[in-house]
Design a protein around this ligand. Structure first.
Ligand code: GRF
Length: 233
């Protein structure tokens, strides 16, 4: 049961054998997707990307994925206006067709229903460009600047039904510098996203993540987790 002491997050590698078959869901440029594909190009990486799925054919990341030899699919969310269940059923069919065990959201701009999230609980992970629980939602960099925070960053978390909620797997912090605007701050955060997401997905894919009292615990957290939690700018 998710949240129960000792509960395992996900069960991506059936019997502990093979790499976790992973789908990346995108809506746009796909730079986090590209970082995950680069990591997964190493056969020793515990996740294998078997599908990049976009909710719009215009998502720029699709071309990069196809060029990397990854299967791509589009389920047009616009075609399912007002029918989120239908949209998700079409996505679920693609995920099943590719025998997907883990889903990584990477700039996927659709809110998922509780039914979908529950079905994938513990096997559905997201990256968000703020230090959650601060600044869920959109325009995180603008809001961080307006709030005058001195540290900003990004979070990889397991997805729960609420938007930008769920047990935190990893965070990276960056300083907010005098003279920053949303673009310069976003670029500094994005560089950390590209480091953080491959590391956090690897922990999940390798079965190193447990849920305890609603929080994610990563096995052997002393080494890479600690280093990545507070990377130098
Ligand atoms: C990233 O900042 C990610 O954290 C957020 O959406 C943005 C997507 O960028 N969820 P990209 O498509 O990965 O380049």
């Amino acid at each position: 049961m998710p949240g129960a002491p000792g509960a395992q997050a996900g069960n991506a590698q059936a019997g502990g054998v093979g790499r976790a078959r992973t789908a990346i869901l995108i809506s746009g440029r796909g730079s986090n997707m590209a970082a995950l594909l680069a990591a997964a190009a190493n056969p020793a990486y515990p996740a294998e990307v078997v599908l990049v799925l976009a909710n719009k054919a215009s998502a720029a990341g699709l071309a990069h994925a196809a060029a990397a030899g990854i299967a791509t699919a589009v389920v047009e969310s616009r075609a399912f206006k007002g029918d989120r269940a239908g949209f998700e059923a079409a996505m679920q069919a693609e995920l099943e067709r590719h025998d997907v065990a883990l889903i990584a959201l990477a700039g996927f701009m659709r809110v998922l229903t509780e039914a979908f999230v529950t079905r994938w609980q513990g096997r559905l992970v997201n990256i968000h460009p703020s230090l959650l629980p601060s600044f869920p939602g959109l325009e995180t960099h603008e809001r961080a600047l307006a709030a005058g925070v001195r540290l900003h960053g990004c979070t990889v978390h397991l997805v729960s039904p609420g938007v930008d909620e769920g047990p935190i797997l990893a965070q990276a912090a960056v300083p907010v510098l005098a003279g920053d605007d949303a673009d310069s701050l976003a670029a500094r955060v994005l560089a950390q996203e590209h480091r953080l997401y491959p590391a956090a997905l690897a922990w999940l894919a390798a079965g190193r993540v447990r849920l305890q009292d609603g929080r994610a615990v990563v096995q052997d957290a002393e080494g890479p987790v600690a280093a990545l939690a507070n990377p130098l700018p």
